[in-house]
Write a protein that binds this ligand. Structure first.
Ligand SMILES: [Fe+2]
Length: 172
């Protein structure tokens, strides 16, 4: 048997076989890549605030935001690998993240600690809503493996919202 040459291998499609069908692969990949961009953007924003937070509650806020950043980052690889398992292509660069992300960056020189907590709380709430939208896309195509992962990520987003809300309560 003749082995394929380098050029043929380079041109080979990256489509992993899936029985969910081409439409499922396309729709779910698109929804998941948007989520992936959001998770990376929110990861870096949470790290940004972890690095730049200041004031009397520094230690608490610094540690809370690190915990939340770790949780966001841990989600990125499973999202990307779901896309590959469904035969789709996933993100390749920071540039692609910046074109797709719906989470807004905050490059301000100074943000008060309470504003940081409030902004992240809103971002995580929006992320939970985006996760629910992606869940509906996966459910439509019968992709129970992705829906079950997304359900866990919704719970995690809601936990982050809860902690950010309680930690940021005025007068607490
Ligand atoms: Fe750190």
């Amino acid at each position: 048997m003749k082995r394929p040459d380098a050029k043929t291998r380079r041109m080979a499609p990256l489509q992993t076989p899936t029985d969910l069908g081409a439409a499922a692969s396309k729709d779910i990949s698109a929804a998941m890549n948007l989520l992936l961009a959001d998770f990376f953007a929110l990861y870096l924003k949470t790290k940004n605030f972890h690095w730049h937070v200041s004031g009397p509650h520094f230690r608490d806020y610094h540690l809370l935001l690190d915990e939340q950043a770790d949780q966001l980052y841990a989600t990125t690889d499973p999202i990307a690998e779901r896309v590959r398992k469904l035969g789709g292509a996933t993100l390749r660069s920071i540039g692609q993240i910046s074109r797709l992300q719906r989470v807004l960056d905050n490059d301000a020189d100074y943000v008060t600690p309470l504003d940081m907590l409030a902004e992240l709380r809103e971002d995580n709430q929006r992320l939970a809503a985006s996760l629910r939208e992606a869940h509906a896309v996966c459910e439509h195509h019968g992709d129970v493996a992705t829906t079950s992962l997304i359900e866990v990520w919704i719970d995690e987003a809601e936990r982050r919202v809860w902690f950010l809300y309680e930690t940021g309560r005025k007068g607490a």
